[in-house]
Design a protein around this ligand. Structure first.
Ligand code: ADP
Ligand code: LRH
Length: 467
């Protein structure tokens, strides 16, 4: 038995500790701990409870100790764009506001007073999302300029947890790029842009690549969890990790990292920061081995997660899929409409969209879910057409990874609306991709293609075809 490697993968809807080891040339994965996640409404502001999340991280580490499975290395990934500002005593300044909070409303205009939208895209390659770190920092500058002045460090959420574990502050590259403040040619902070916007340059740490050692557990953490461990940076942006576990080395593969969001795109060696690409709303997120994820953010299963919470019946995701599959309603909504980002009621938002666009208004659980699943799949179909037009290539297979790979009904619809073959799985791609980088660091694989081949033979995938 070789080493254990631990991925702590925290998505917007849940977090989990996954241990991996190699057995007979295959990767074996074991879930040791899972906990819920979501933004809390704190006096009208949507916030992450980072203290609770850190307690959960330690709980999962204690579980490894209990099982007698001590990892050689570990790394944490989370959703992108969110961060903490730390003062000189390493205390968080203000709340840890989540990306769905409305504080960024109008912050785009404030940013464009300093730099135009197209100039911003040209120098970062990052798609405009009103919640990008660049706009969040503008909201801080407008409402609490003193926080920016006092800040000695800005750490993205996984960077912050790594700091709490090791006492070492690092800004990991893949997650840093989601903020729209990194230059895709130098792969470093765009200090000129940061200056232009009047953000405090001093708070940014040097950018570190995935595979870099952060450090070992502090003595306090060792005492609390019962062991020491080396922390190695994975691709700390969850999407960056998920795409590393797409089980193919085919350059003509399209993936959907399907969870709270659906991230649909391809991998490229160079960023496309052209006007055409900006107009199509594609982004170039930084990845492991200088591979860019050229993709589109699609609202994703957040819509299903939200209606599930509102349904009076307590149904599983599988049951919701089942109900939807029996419906004949043909109404469709535009999943990327801002009205679905953080509505008071997702059910009402979906109904209103249908009503306003003069389509049948869904009423039952099955009808509401059917409208959402069909609309997502339709959006995948439209996005493929855009990718094919932008790259001038034809693609045959869509690789769906993440929790959404379990949604069989959605996979069938995806095959139907795109006309492509759908390969679904692995559903724990993010944790696997996180571990892949740790294993590459440890010399288990010589390079990423070898790791992806191993992922392909270690985990089951299901194929869906439009018949
Ligand atoms: P995140 O990492 O963003 O929190 P996950 O990758 O864990 O999200 O994916 C969670 C989503 O996967 C759920 O919101 C749900 O829609 C979908 N899902 C998971 N299991 C199933 C299932 N058995 N059937 C249908 N959908 C599922
Ligand atoms: C998916 C994700 C996505 C970001 C969003 C904030 O979890 O990281 O890539 O755009 O969350």
């Amino acid at each position: 038995m070789g080493n254990y490697y631990l991925a702590v993968d925290i998505g917007a809807s849940s977090g989990r500790h996954m241990l991996a080891s190699m057995e007979d040339g295959k990767m074996k994965l074991e879930e040791v701990y899972r906990f819920p996640n979501g933004m809390d409404n704190k006096n009208g502001t949507l916030c992450w409870d980072v203290d609770r999340l850190f307690t959960e991280i330690k709980n999962g580490l204690k579980k490894c100790k209990e099982l007698g499975k001590i990892p050689a290395t570990m790394g944490i990934d989370t959703w992108g764009v969110d961060y903490v500002l730390l003062d000189e005593k390493d205390q968080i300044l203000g709340d840890t506001v989540g990306y769905r909070d409305s504080r960024t409303n109008g912050m785009d205009e404030k940013v464009y007073e300093k730099i135009s939208l197209s100039a911003l895209y040209e120098r970062t390659g990052i798609q405009k999302q009103i919640f990008n770190t660049i706009y969040q920092l503008m909201a801080v500058k407008e409402t609490h300029p003193e926080y920016l002045e006092q800040a000695k460090a800005i750490l993205m959420i996984p960077d912050y947890f790594h700091f709490l574990l090791t006492g070492v502050k690092k800004n990991e590259y893949t997650n840093a790029t989601t903020g729209q403040l990194v230059n895709p040619t130098t792969n470093d902070w765009d200090y000129e842009l940061i200056d232009m916007l009047g953000y405090n340059k001093e708070m940014f740490q040097p950018v570190s690549m995935p595979g870099t050692v952060v450090g070992e557990f502090t003595q306090d953490i060792q005492n609390e969890v019962g062991f020491n461990c080396k922390v190695v940076l994975p691709s700390t942006h969850d999407t960056g990790s998920a795409v590393l576990a797409v089980p193919t080395n085919d350059d003509n593969a399209i993936y959907i990292s399907s969870g709270t969001w659906s991230l649909m795109g391809i991998e490229r060696k160079e960023a496309d920061c052209s006007l055409r690409s900006m107009q199509a709303n594609f982004t170039n997120e930084g990845g492991y081995d200088h591979r860019f994820r050229y993709l589109k953010n699609i609202m994703g299963l957040w819509m299903i997660q939200s209606v599930k919470k509102e349904f009076t019946e307590d149904l599983s995701f599988a049951e919701i899929c089942e109900r939807a599959s029996k419906e004949t309603i043909t109404s469709l909504v535009d999943c990327n409409d801002d009205c679905f980002l953080a509505p008071k009621s997702m059910i009402e938002a979906v109904k209103k969209f249908c009503r306003d666009s003069k389509q049948q208004v869904p009423e039952t659980v099955g009808e509401i879910a059917a409208v959402i699943y069909n609309s997502l799949a339709k959006c995948y179909g439209d996005t493929i057409e855009e990718i094919e037009a932008l790259t001038g290539k034809k693609y045959t297979t869509i690789y769906v990874v993440g929790g959404g790979a379990n949604a069989g009904y959605l996979n069938e619809l995806t095959a139907k609306y795109t006309g492509k073959k759908v390969s679904a799985g692995p559903s724990e791609a993010t944790a696997i991709g996180n571990i892949v980088v740790q294993m590459l660091h440890d010399g288990v694989f010589k390079d990423l293609p070898e790791a992806r081949t191993c992922v392909g033979k270690s985990f089951d995938v299901k194929i869906y075809e439009n018949v």
